[in-house]
Each structure stands twice: as C-alpha cells, then as structure tokens.
Design a protein around this ligand. Structure first.
Ligand code: KIV
Ligand code: ZN
Length: 522
C-alpha cells in the first residue's frame, strides 16, 4: 500500500470514442452528434479528444475541423497513417484548435509489417520520415506502433527510440487485438521506459482492446508500469469487444486510490450523462450489468442486499451513485408537469434541446403521462431518443396491427413520404415482420437488417420499449432508435428512423462513409 502522503501522479485521459469507438461497425454518428459528444467530453475534463481520422472521409475531416475550432480545454487530436498526405490532411483538420495534436501510427508486428510489405529497415525509415514531418507541422505529436504487444521486443525498442528522436512527444503502446495480460502490460511499459534512450522525455500511453475482457486491467497495469496516458472510450465502445472503458479506469483510480495513487481531471458526476448520450447516438445500448454505467450497477434488488443497504449503504456499495451522476431517485414528473419543468429535467439529465425539439418531446411526454402511471428519468431520455426530425423524408402517420393465435399478423400502415400520404397493408410472421413488410411496400429498398433489439426502459408491463434497428445498404450502415409503450409502434419508428438516416447518407453521396480504413497502412 502506498503512503497516504505520496503526491498523486496525474494520469492523462485520452478519449477516442469519436475515432476508435465510432469505427465500430454500425456506431456511425452524424456530424451534429459528434460535435455534441466532443462538447460533453471537453466539459467533463477529458484531457485529449481524438476527434476522428481526417483522411478517411470528407465527413471525418469536417467533424475534426469543427471540433478543433470549438474546443475549450481539451487537446484535439486527429489520426493519420504513416504517410505524408495523411499527416498533412490531419494537420489541416486539427490546426484550428487551441491545442492541436497529430497522432500518427504504423503496424510494427510481423503480421502488420507484411501488409505494406516493408522490411524492418524500410519501416524504420518510414517512421523517422513521418514523425519528423508531423513534428515540423505541430509541436504535439503522438506516435503508435500498432500491434505493439505482438511486435518483437528488439524491433519495438528500436522504433520507439527512432520516434522519440524524430520528435514524438507521446509514445502510445497499443494492444490492438486485446492479446496482452496485466503483468505483461505493466512490464512492457516499464522495460521501454528503462531501456529506450530519451524515454524519460516523453509520456507513455496505453491503448487496450477488450477481446479477452482485460482492457481495463491492462490499462491500469500499464499505469503501474509507468504509463501516464490512458486511451479509452465511453461505455468501452469500439470494434469487436471494444476499448478500455473510460468510466471504468477513472472510477477504479478514484475508488482504489489507496493502492493506485493517481489522479485524473475527470468530473465523475458527468459520467452517466455522457454514457447515456453515447449509447443513444451510437445505437449501442449499455448492457445491464456493465460496470459503473449499467442499469444494474447500483441496483440492490435481493432481500439481503436491500436490508444491508438500508442499515448502511457501504455494506454493498463501494461508490456512491451520485459520484457518477445518478440521482437518488429517478421518479420524475406526472401529467401535470409543465414545459418549463420538462426543460429543467432534461437539463438535469444533460440534454440540451432547442425550442422545436422541446415542443415535440413535450407532446410525447404528455401522451406518455396519460398512458403510464409513473414517468421516470429513463422514460424521459427514451422520449429524447424517439424524437423525429421534422425534416425526415419518411414519416409514420398511422399504424394498426392485428395479431394473435388466429393466423398471420396484419399491419395497416400509413406513411408520409416526401410530403405525400401513402398506405399499405401487409401480412407477416408476427406483427413486427408485417409492419416492416408494409414499410418496404411503401418505400422499396435493399437495406439489410443487421440488428433488431428491444429493451424495456423501466419495470412493469406498461414500460416503454426502446427499439434499435441497424441497417446496411451498399456498405453504408445506419442505426435507428425509437421508444413507445407499444413495441410494434417503437419498432416501426426505429426502422423508419434508420431508413431516413440511410437516405441522408445517400444524398451526401457517401460522404459520411469511411473511404479509407485505418488498417490500410500502405
Ligand atoms: O488499436 C490500435 O492499434 C489503434 C491504433 C490506430 C492506435 O487504434
Ligand atoms: Zn484501437
């Protein structure tokens, strides 16, 4: 155990929700959503925001540039492959920030070296050239040897030294495929710091993936080994099993400061608010038993637990719900609550809405309060998710469904498509199938359904259902969400919402899709 009087070391939090997180298939966010998430990250005290991969698409470039211009405290970072045009494009995007950073990388393990077919010497030369180029543009340069944990030790040591000599100010050690284990993670950083000349002049960072469920443990172990920057995402969003979860490392450092005496600059009370927003805009709901931000993380339902909790909250709680921004009770308002109360409640929940959106949410809140006995914070947040844009080309007007044991289900659907009212009736294998067929009859499309997911927002048979629908068409992916006490209506709205998002992307002639993958390291 560390002496209580030891000064706390500062660990820098580098959030990559908008780059590594958004890269997760289906997690694509709109431009406005990216700006909103960046603002929330900045606001909660994230030190560095990796805002995107500017060369990947026009959409990424625009998002990184605008986030850079709007940034307040945080350093704004863009990702670039080890190629001069990538680095130039990245600099163009981040240079408007008060504190810009270029993050350039190349895959250094044998498997990754084989992709551009470079020898060790050729790759070393490329690293020297690209880091020098980046440093000539920007005085804050991060370099990453992708798949570092599967790179031969001698070669890793050699290239880290080259990057430091060429001017990198942060060296990030990625566990790209989530292969490493905690002891190894700590040892690797410790050894690099001990053996690479110049290591004491840079910050070492850890970037872990969660394929074996060890991302948080590996990141914390790397800190023990000397890393002072943790790369992470909100809710652990990311490809495959995701990245280290920001909320987990931050709360672990805070809760166990007795054995991990490191500080972060995160205002932990803002964790729930951003977690909910990221879940909504990415279309990746948080699993109920997820550490820190899961619905059950602070729920004590079993009789023994409740008894203990009533006597002393510390019996079963190692963190207080309010420390992560959960209010003591989430029971909110009834049907007599007014618009001002709703706006105040939304603000409390971290949702800022414009007047038009508030009007729409208020109408739906009143409808819900008429149908549902008790309206909770979760219900209000689901209403926000469910709000449609007035500008959407496809709108649901009316839906009635017949279903049951008596035969195939039937859905009679009325929609407004580009301002024109149309209707269709279809049968199907259950009410949702019949409804989706009716939507396709009115708006023929080739989009493939990748995900259809239903969650109850609260307890009880009158609970709202949140439905997520993920569609794929010509390589473009869009997620739609909605909520309603009627699961079939929520399903129809979520499906239509996803189709509207695909239409927006198609209208932009694919500008929002990534034209280049960060893995195309040639
Ligand atoms: O996982 C990884 O290696 C990355 C790099 C681009 C840093 O995300
Ligand atoms: Zn990664």
């Amino acid at each position: 155990m560390t002496d209580q009087t030891t000064p706390k070391d500062r660990v820098v939090i580098f959030d990559t929700t908008l780059r590594d997180g958004e890269q997760s298939p289906g997690a694509t966010m709109t431009h406005e959503e990216k700006l909103e998430i960046a603002e929330l990250l900045d606001d909660m005290g994230v030190d560095i925001i990796e805002a995107g991969f500017p060369i990947a698409s026009e959409g990424d470039f625009r998002a990184v540039s605008e986030i850079a211009q709007r940034s307040k405290q945080a350093v704004i970072c863009g990702l670039a492959r080890a190629q001069l045009p990538d680095i130039d494009r990245c600099w163009e995007a981040v240079k408007g920030a008060e504190r810009p950073r270029i993050h350039t990388f190349i895959g250094t393990s044998p498997l990754h070296r084989a992709i551009p077919n470079l020898t060790q010497d050729e790759m070393a030369e490329r690293i020297e050239q690209t880091v020098t180029h980046a440093r000539n543009l920007c005085d804050n340069v991060q370099w990453s040897p992708m798949d570092a944990t599967r790179t031969e030790w001698d070669y890793l040591r050699r290239v880290v030294e080259i990057a430091i000599k060429a001017g990198a100010t942060t060296i990030n050690i990625p566990d790209t495929v989530g292969y490493t284990a905690p002891r190894e993670s700590a040892d690797l950083i410790r050894r690099l710091i001990a053996e690479v000349p110049g290591a004491d002049e840079v910050i070492f960072a850890t970037h872990c993936h969660n394929d074996l469920g060890m991302a948080t443990a590996n990141a914390l172990a790397a800190v023990e080994g000397g890393a002072r920057q943790i790369e992470c995402t909100i809710n652990g969003l990311g490809e495959r099993a995701g990245n280290t979860a920001l909320e987990e490392v931050v709360m672990a450092l805070r809760t166990r400061s007795d054995i991990m005496p490191y500080e972060t600059g995160i205002d932990t009370r803002k964790i729930m608010r951003i977690s909910r927003r990221v879940a909504t805009v990415s279309g990746f709901p948080v699993q109920f038993n997820k550490a820190i931000v899961g619905k059950n993380a602070f729920a004590h339902e079993s009789g023994i637990h409740q008894d203990g909790m009533l006597k002393n909250a510390e019996t079963f709680e190692i963190m207080r719900p309010e420390d992560v921004g959960l209010s003591a009770t989430s029971l909110v308002m009834g049907k007599h609550s007014g618009r001002a109360a709703l706006r105040a409640k939304l603000k409390d929940l971290g949702v800022d809405v414009g007047d038009n959106q508030l009007k729409d949410i208020f109408v739906r809140f009143k409808e819900l309060a008429d149908r549902k006995k008790e309206v909770y914070d979760e219900d209000i947040l689901a209403l926000v998710t469910a709000t449609t844009e007035g500008s959407d080309r496809l709108q649901l007007v009316n839906l009635s469904v017949t279903c049951g044991t008596g035969g195939p289900a039937e859905a009679a659907l009325e929609m407004e498509i580009d301002g024109r009212e149309v209707s269709a009736t279809c049968t199907g294998d259950g009410p949702v199938d019949a409804t989706f067929k009716a939507v396709r009859a009115l708006h023929p499309n080739e989009a493939q359904l990748q995900l259809y997911q239903v969650h109850a927002v609260t307890e009880g048979t009158d609970a709202q259902a949140t439905v997520s629908v993920r569609l794929e068409e010509d390589g473009m992916i869009a997620t739609g969400q909605s909520a309603d006490t009627d699961t079939v209506v929520a399903s129809a709205r979520a499906y239509i919402n996803a189709l509207n998002r695909l239409l927006v992307r198609r209208d932009k002639t694919g500008k929002d899709t990534k034209e280049i993958s960060y893995k195309d390291v040639g």
